[in-house]
Design a protein around this ligand. Sequence first.
Ligand SMILES: Cc1ncc(COP(=O)(O)O)c(C=O)c1O
Length: 455
Amino acid sequence: MSESHDLRLVENDHRYLWHPFTQMRAWLNDRPIIIERGEGNYLIDVHGQRFLDGVSSLWCNVHGHRKPELDQALIDQAKRIAHSTMLGLSNVPAIELGRQLIAVVPTGLKRVFYSDSGAEAVEVALRMAVQYWQLNGAAERKLFLTLTESYHGDTVGAASLGYSEVFHRYARPVLFPVLKTDPPLVFRLYRGLTAQDALAAALEAARALIERHREEIAALVIEPIVQGAAGMWTHPPEYLRQIVRLAREAGALVIFDEVATGFGRTGKMFACEHAQVTPDLLCLGKGITGGYLPLAATLATERIFNAFLGEPAEFRAFYYGHTYTGNPLAAAVAAANLKLFGDEAIIERIAPRIALLSRALDEEVATAPHVADVRQCGLMVGVELMRDVARGERYDIYRQMGTKVARAARNAGVLIRPLGDVVVLMPPLSINEAEIRHLVSAAGEAIRQVVAHDD
Ligand SMILES: Cc1ncc(COP(=O)(O)O)c(C=O)c1O
């Protein structure tokens, strides 16, 4: 691409666009990387420079970019129809995808409701839960229980559930109150308990809270095993099993948000398989299309679905939907994505790469100064930096350590995006051994450089 064309793109980006989660003043003073193409696990910018896609284009890419089977599915579907509505009609790819999804999700989930983003999948689940209780004569069940620092998206409902002071403080006046309980990591990392004591303390906190609101909880909403946007906060499967048991004993529904953890990211198709628990509602997004197109789904058990059945005049129907719900292009690609999981035995073949990632992290990242905690579950990694590891003292937020590390990694040809002082690595499932080594050594080197400079 010519220098003048590139300049024009930068100028037009700066003139016309407003980027998400971005302080635009800083953005306007910087020269952005502008992506033009993708190839396998690499993003290629307008100058032809290649970057390893270290966070799967915001945690959604699965098989790499330009995966021939997904490209083909998209082209084939485009030749038939790009979009028709699901309101009063159905379409071929949406039906086929529904069948395939029910075959791969945990047993008991029987119905698929489509939407367009992870936040919407969560919004749908919470609306279903609230309506479910009203339809069942228990309108007082309208509280949701979530984990501290959980993240479920940015619409008003999803932001209420996953309130984050940094992300959502200005929306606070319009958000609804939610019950929050601290997961084991809070007790272990920030309060100095052993892993075992932290688990016990977290469960006791959840038990006491649930007990206090026994009759009012509509649902427990939880990101199973890994709380992604919290900074890859992990909890042991036992925590998930027990908090689900406590919620169910109190009569509440259970909603799993697997928008980030679904589709193999934790080493199993769905993270809840680590604990062998099935929710009443399951939220999926991101990797559902292999990272190609906006599509999300909320899956429900027959118990939930049946509660909505009745005569039209009873108004039990779930009046909710978006224009592009069940979009045929997205559904066709998602169906091809699921087929690839079978054809290429993705889950069966991923364990050695997860183990290699773990070894590389031990050797090159855990040993770096100021690394307080390295959390890994499958191909989800969070490396927490602290100013004083021994004392558990965090860096001042204005130092933007995570951002600086991500910047430094760019020089080694790796694109990553941090969460505060947590350096996040979340490569596509298709990452190969050499690329894993490259990713981890670039991250380790970037951390060393940045912390040395900032000491
Ligand atoms: C667990 C979880 N839920 C929901 C969302 C929101 O998804 P989306 O950005 O597609 O609305 C995210 C996004 O990161 C997520 O990690």
